[in-house]
Design a protein around this ligand. Structure first.
Ligand code: BMA
Length: 337
């Protein structure tokens, strides 16, 4: 495994995500009703070209719900739903007792619907729930599909073989790794496989890794943007890295970035309710099929956006990633369980 110190990579890092100069693009001050913070939005471009962000909104009780913001250009003039778009429903879904968080949106062409995978915060810890929608006004809950402790889930847009696939992040120990599971019906999930491990030691992705946004289908494979957590003496740092998986049945990891591609640097990422956090849950791709806008939470307080290029990300990953050795993801390596 080429987990060696690479001087070139560290001295001359390439900026892959260019922050929007008007960041943060959304804050609590923009909300039409009283809230504490808005962050970690799922993102999608609707049929009419409107960008929709489904934001995690934390109210002044500390619990979160989801609220949609729409914009013609994806940057300014957001029209925000006057009231919460999707509230927790603990009466019918007790796993939502402490709120719903971090939505990740995947359009499923086969169903003609969006699948929203989100964290349902149960009294036993965070779990993975799915709701389906056609218009982000009415939602049909599938319900809790993976029990606590699990989060950071998103569906793949297309079936693998004859099964739906979902990437998620169970917590198995002090360390948390990324898994994939498969389902015939979006409700029952199995055939679990470990697909990305936290690296341990002083690495930037040493303690936890989790999926950031739904994976992006490219001719070279599924491109994954993931977040990492490194614990330090003064708290956690949440950063962003890349991995690439083949388009086959088992999502074999082809490349993994050795360095991060986005890290908290600006004030709105460094300071807030939870400082030193960049946390994307969604992206949009422009009509050119290449320009990607990454929407992310800054310091658990605001919504920010950064622009990149899918072809540049792939090229960079080939030059600055490594091909994991088979035992890097082996359950037999007790290190990783
Ligand atoms: C994660 C999630 C995110 C949050 C991050 C930093 O575990 O809860 O919603 O942004 O922690 O607090």
């Amino acid at each position: 495994m080429s987990q060696t110190y690479d001087t070139k990579q560290n001295l001359q890092h390439e900026v892959l995500f260019k922050r929007e100069h008007t960041n943060p693009i959304l804050t609590a001050a923009d909300w039409p009703y009283p809230v504490n913070t808005v962050f970690n939005p799922g993102a999608v471009i609707l049929e009419d070209g409107t960008t929709l962000l489904l934001c995690r909104v934390e109210d002044r009780s500390g619990l979160s719900h989801l609220c949609a913001a729409r914009s013609k250009n994806g940057v300014t003039n957001w029209v925000i739903d006057k009231t919460p778009t999707l509230l927790p429903d603990p009466t019918n879904y007790p796993e939502e007792y402490w709120g719903i968080e971090d939505p990740r949106i995947t359009y499923l062409p086969e169903k003609g619907e969006y699948a929203v995978a989100y964290t349902s915060y149960s009294m036993s810890g965070p779990a993975v729930s799915i709701a389906m929608t056609k218009d982000f006004r009415e939602f049909d809950r599938v319900g809790m599909v993976l029990p606590p402790i699990n989060k950071d889930a998103a569906l793949l847009s297309h079936k693998i073989g004859d099964k739906w696939a979902m990437i998620h992040r169970p917590t198995t120990s002090k360390y948390s790794h990324i898994w994939i599971s498969f389902s015939p019906d979006l409700n029952h999930w199995g055939d679990h496989e470990l697909i990305l491990c936290a690296r341990r030691g002083p690495w930037w992705d040493s303690d936890k890794v989790g999926l950031s946004c739904p994976v992006i289908k490219t001719p070279e494979g599924w491109l994954m943007i993931y977040h990492s957590v490194r614990q330090t003496a003064s708290g956690s740092i949440y950063r962003i890295g890349l991995a690439l998986y083949d388009l086959g049945c088992h999502l074999t990891c082809l490349r993994r970035s050795n360095t991060w591609v986005l890290s908290p640097e600006e004030d709105y990422e460094r300071k807030g309710d939870v400082g030193n956090v960049v946390f994307p849950c969604g992206y949009t791709v422009a009509e050119d099929g290449d320009t990607i806008r990454l929407y992310y939470g800054g310091a658990d307080t605001c919504v920010a956006m950064a622009t990149g290029s899918i072809s540049q990300l792939l090229r960079w990953l080939h030059e600055n990633g490594h091909h994991p050795e088979p035992n890097e993801f082996s359950l037999k390596e007790s290190n990783y369980v």
